[in-house]
Design a protein around this ligand. Structure first.
Ligand SMILES: CC(=O)[C@@H](O)[C@H](O)COP(=O)(O)O
Ligand SMILES: NCC(=O)COP(=O)(O)O
Length: 238
């Protein structure tokens, strides 16, 4: 089964636009779980443009599905994750000014740093995943870091899906098989949506988890959050 983790960054973006507490992020997380989300993902960024560090603390007390905290492993991220002990910590190499995540780790250049960080996080009891591009050269070095899983950066797949979906998914299938051979768990995320999700799942049936935020929240404007979550879940049943 491939789990759907709902990324609620964009709910915090809307809340922050007015400074009060509407929409209530904690309530949305609880409702998303009630509507079928099998995990809640947040990606606090240093400028707290959407998820605030306090949100992470508040959510950690109520989320009953898999809580996944994404982020660059700076001092603040590490302290927070070690305190909160989420089900999963996903390491992303974003510089603070990045508009959104735009690449995976160079696990060759940063292997030794990642090894130390992965060990520290695993010691605190959470599963660790490393955000990674679909390039075979990064997978053995990723395994060497001791990470439990990798998360495939799917923006290139999503952007090429409507051009040639077979070609777009090919590198992902190749690295997914490699990850499986290496004994790495497999997540995927970024720009996945109602149109491209089922084909990714069909091509890589053993995906452990997808985390989806931007498109899912946009779809919820039209279909409502409950329907939308169910629609995404159905795309993962193929
Ligand atoms: C790690 C990743 O893929 C990102 O998609 C992310 O969590 C989204 O971040 P923003 O919501 O800040 O664009
Ligand atoms: N890890 C990817 C994620 O959480 C959501 O990315 P997106 O759907 O907002 O692009």
């Amino acid at each position: 089964m491939t789990k759907l983790s709902v990324n609620i960054n964009k709910i915090a973006t809307i809340r922050n636009a007015r400074g009060a507490n509407n929409p209530n992020l904690v309530q949305v997380a609880l409702d998303a779980e009630r509507f079928g989300a099998q995990g809640i993902t947040v990606h606090p960024r240093p400028d707290e443009r959407h998820i605030r560090y306090q949100d992470v603390m508040d959510l950690s007390k109520v989320v009953t599905t898999e809580f996944n905290i994404e982020g660059y492993p700076d001092k603040r991220y590490m302290e927070m994750v070690k305190l909160v002990k989420p089900a999963q910590a996903t390491l992303v190499p974003d510089p603070p000014e990045a508009i959104t995540s735009n690449t995976g780790w160079d696990t060759i250049a940063h292997q030794s740093m990642l090894k130390d960080i992965v060990a520290e996080l695993k010691e605190s009891g959470c599963r660790v995943s490393i955000f990674i591009n679909p390039e075979t050269k990064f997978f053995e070095p990723a395994k060497e870091t001791g990470t439990d899983r990798v998360e495939l950066y799917t923006e290139p797949y999503a952007s090429q899906f409507h051009v040639d979906r077979e070609k777009a998914v090919k590198p992902y299938v190749e690295v997914a098989n490699l990850a499986k051979e290496l004994g790495l768990g497999l997540n995927a995320g970024h720009d996945l949506d109602l149109e491209n999700l089922a084909f990714l799942k069909h091509s890589i049936p053993f995906l452990d988890e997808v985390s989806i935020g931007h498109a899912l929240i946009c779809d919820a404007l039209y279909y409502g959050l409950e329907n939308t979550i169910q629609m995404y879940r159905r795309r993962l049943e193929v």
